[in-house]
Design a binder for this molecule. Structure first.
Ligand code: ATP
Length: 199
């Protein structure tokens, strides 16, 4: 069994999140792709984040058309800051023996890795799937290489063309009354409008 985990705040979930899951599934021949919303996204402390229940609802709406995509509420259900190392250890422990796990990251998340909580534990529990725009090999930041000497051996590349979309930009679009077109899945937009989010 080969499984990938895409952790995120998903406030809101958007087209790039879906594309990342699809690209990882294809590139790594994953049997399972789990989207894992952070219960307490401690790396985004100091800014307002929608309640976990709302982000879960949006994620369900986003993934509804994708039969291969799963949601795990493991971080929402676990009290305290959502550490990816805890999540990956727990998922790996609970899954069948012989399962291979990947933790999917964009290049911004890879750059931030040294600042995560006990990233060595994360790297011991899962390989990294690095979403990288082709062509060319990924650029691994110096700080990441220094801290994790074997990082290249622990990493697989998931090619994906760049998609200029972020939750931040979408929140701003909603706030200023601009269209969100296909960047924000239709079902998610419905939830956003129903709850009056990001105004
Ligand atoms: P925000 O703008 O609120 O910081 P975000 O759009 O980066 O949010 P997250 O939920 O924080 O979304 O992201 C989850 C994961 O998706 C992270 O690993 C992030 O690197 C990746 N990701 C988000 N948007 C993109 C994108 N456009 N291209 C590649 N990776 C992305």
């Amino acid at each position: 069994m080969r499984a990938g985990v895409l952790g995120g705040t998903f406030d809101p979930p958007h087209l790039a999140h879906l594309a990342i899951g699809a690209a990882a599934k294809q590139a790594l021949h994953l049997d399972r792709v789990l989207f894992v919303p952070a219960g307490d996204p401690w790396r985004k402390a100091g800014r307002e984040v929608s309640p976990a229940s709302v982000r879960l609802r949006m994620l369900r709406a986003a993934l509804e058309p994708l039969p291969w995509a799963e949601i795990s509420a493991i971080e929402v259900d676990r009290p305290g800051p959502s550490y990816s190392a805890d999540t990956m250890e727990e998922l790996a422990r609970e899954s069948a023996r012989g399962a291979d796990w990947w933790f999917i990251v964009g290049d911004d998340a890879l750059t931030d890795l040294p600042n995560w909580h006990e990233p060595e534990r994360l790297l011991a529990a899962a390989r990294l799937a690095l979403v990288w725009r082709p062509p060319g090999d990924p650029i691994i930041p110096g700080e990441v290489r220094t801290r994790f000497a074997d990082i290249e051996a622990r990493l697989d590349v998931v090619p994906m063309p760049p998609l200029d979309v972020s939750s931040t930009a979408l929140r701003e679009r909603v706030r200023s009354g601009r269209a969100t077109s296909i960047l924000l899945p239709e079902g998610v937009r419905t939830v956003v409008d129903e709850l009056g989010l990001y105004r």
